[in-house]
Design a protein. Structure first.
Length: 227
């Protein structure tokens, strides 16, 4: 079967596609407005049940669920399944935002609210818009893409500086060393940019960091309303 490269096939006369894109955005906004506060968890779709990181991800989602957060993922297997499973077992909203691909990504069975998108960028908007924190488990190209986009949105003040957490310091060490040694060394980023990232190795520390930050924001917001 011939591969269809959607971006390359868009022609000027395909303006009707805009209506489908708008429709996906409207549907997402209408369907997800009630899930806040939520935490979006990213990571590899290739991770297998029984792996240590899979179990840790499930525990993170469970702990966050018990703390009152909905959990949002890309809705597929691997890390996404682990996170949705933890949320499901915690009895909170377990959101899976799937994507149509040439080789279909199977939905995991633990998301109790699901949507399927045609366009990656619409899906990425939804994964960001309703989140009050972001947890990045070990992953590949897609995870790096999503992480750098979130960091860029915060860095450029297009989005509030929500917690961006990297789980498993050993996994991310090479990436962080490269940022500090090469990218920072060429002045392409600043020392302040590293304040956007937090690195943890235990589910308890992840949960505590998010709950502490969110509670502080709630208190600050209430004080602002009272002043």
């Amino acid at each position: 079967m011939a591969i269809e490269y959607e971006i390359n096939q868009m022609a000027k006369e395909d303006s009707w596609r805009m209506f489908r894109i708008i429709g996906e955005l409207v549907e997402g906004f209408d369907s997800l407005a009630d899930i806040v506060p939520a935490v979006t968890i990213y990571g590899s779709a290739r991770m297998k049940p029984g792996e240590k990181t899979y179990d840790k991800c499930e525990e993170i989602a469970f702990r966050l669920g018990k703390a009152g957060f909905s959990i949002m993922t890309g809705g597929g297997p691997g890390v996404m399944e682990a996170a949705n499973k933890g949320a499901f077992n915690a009895g909170v909203k377990s959101v899976g935002l799937n994507i149509k691909l040439p080789q279909e990504q199977s939905r995991n069975t633990y998301a109790n609210r699901t949507m399927t998108f045609n366009h990656f960028f619409v899906r990425k908007v939804m994964l960001v818009k309703y989140a009050t924190a972001f947890v990045f488990m070990p992953g590949g190209m897609g995870t790096l893409d999503e992480m750098t986009e979130v960091l860029t949105l915060i860095q450029t003040q297009k989005m509030m500086p929500f917690p961006v957490i990297l789980f498993d310091s050993a996994y991310w060490r090479g990436f962080l060393d490269w940022l500090k040694g090469t990218v920072l060394g060429r002045d392409y980023i600043t020392e302040e940019d590293f304040e956007l990232l937090r690195v943890f190795d235990s589910p308890e520390d992840v949960t505590n960091a998010i709950v502490t930050w969110y509670t502080k924001q709630e208190v600050t917001g209430k004080k602002a309303l009272q002043s």
